[in-house]
Design a protein around this ligand. Structure first.
Ligand code: BG6
Length: 301
């Protein structure tokens, strides 16, 4: 039995879940609930789409995204783990860690009594992952599809010594027009401005977008709002277990160079990433579990 047939045999339910091979070796779970539809790639335990019933998609997926084993997907909810950005000491290791480009196991899939659907994934360890991350650990990604999209990333240290953990839920949100979009909830937070050579600054008022924006905010408070007048909605983000928030839009020139945004693709997205990065990396003690959670919902503006 191939992987898709096996997943369908073990987990599929005519009511809410089926699996398909989108491209060669690239398997996707399709979910339908009374509240929303969604799709999740087994590679990276990567939420690709999430669309609340009767609304535009909440999550942006590039029309030019590539779906291939070992390649990261432009859009959705990439899991950056076990480091964020460049590796601290080895530039040859992949940016944002390896979790988003390796297979994860689906360990549970069920409809909850309130009709939300929950899938639990665990990263498959291999010689290749152990070569990059020599720490005994598990990481689970629990994704719940309902009126909100909920994601929980739980990392457990199974070894005898502490390790350093960096991570992010690198979520791409769909917006009507980035040039009219603002983000509140980061007022007065210190941030690193990567576009200004890593200068440290303090956020004054809401964040708005007039050029490439690439920032890591610190001491963030677990509640952000993306105000989107063009789509007439506000996306509300609540989170726990992360003290940094990354805000990113590549703008025209960088998006063109990246090759998987398409013409003007950057106008329709913004990344707001709950993270533990730079100043906020986690020191995880032996036996301890760290949980980072994020909930996303939209309200009419
Ligand atoms: C953001 C980083 O989180 O991810 C940016 O702050 C980076 O610097 C962006 O360009 C996209 O990264 P990637 O590896 O998915 O192209």
């Amino acid at each position: 039995m191939n992987q898709t047939a096996e997943l369908n045999h073990r987990f599929a339910s005519a009511d809410f879940l089926n699996f398909e091979e989108k491209t060669d070796g690239f398997v996707v779970a399709n979910l339908t609930t009374p509240f929303a539809t969604a799709s999740i790639a087994l590679q990276g335990a990567h939420v690709m789409t999430y669309q609340p019933a009767g609304q535009p998609p909440l999550i942006w997926l590039s029309k030019f995204a590539k779906f291939a084993p070992g390649k990261s997907i432009r859009g959705g909810v990439p899991v950056c783990w076990p480091w964020f950005g460049a590796h601290a000491t080895d530039a040859k290791l992949p940016g944002h860690g390896f979790a988003r480009t390796v297979p994860w196991d689906l360990v549970d899939a069920r409809m909850l009594p309130d009709q939300r659907v929950r899938l639990v994934f665990e990263l498959e360890q291999s010689d290749a992952t152990r070569a990059q991350w020599p720490h005994a650990s598990t990481v689970k990604n629990t994704i719940t599809i309902g009126q909100e999209l909920e994601v929980e990333l739980a990392t457990t240290n199974l070894g005898a010594s502490p390790f350093e953990l960096g991570q992010a839920l690198h979520t791409y949100f769909e917006v009507g027009d980035i040039r009219q979009t603002t983000i509140s909830g980061l007022e007065d937070c210190e941030f690193i401005d990567k576009v200004a050579g890593g200068a440290r600054k303090t956020q004054q008022g809401a964040v708005n977008f007039t050029q490439e924006t690439d920032r890591v905010y610190f001491g963030t408070r677990g509640h952000c709002e993306i105000r989107d007048p063009a789509l007439g909605r506000t996306i509300v983000i609540t989170s726990t277990g992360s003290r940094s928030t990354v805000v990113w839009n590549p703008w025209t020139e960088k998006a063109d160079k990246m090759g998987d945004f398409g013409p003007d693709g950057h106008l329709a997205m913004v990344c707001v990433e709950n993270a533990n990065a730079v100043d906020d990396v986690i020191q995880l003690a032996p036996g301890a579990t760290h949980r980072m959670t994020a909930q996303y919902r939209s309200i009419k503006a």
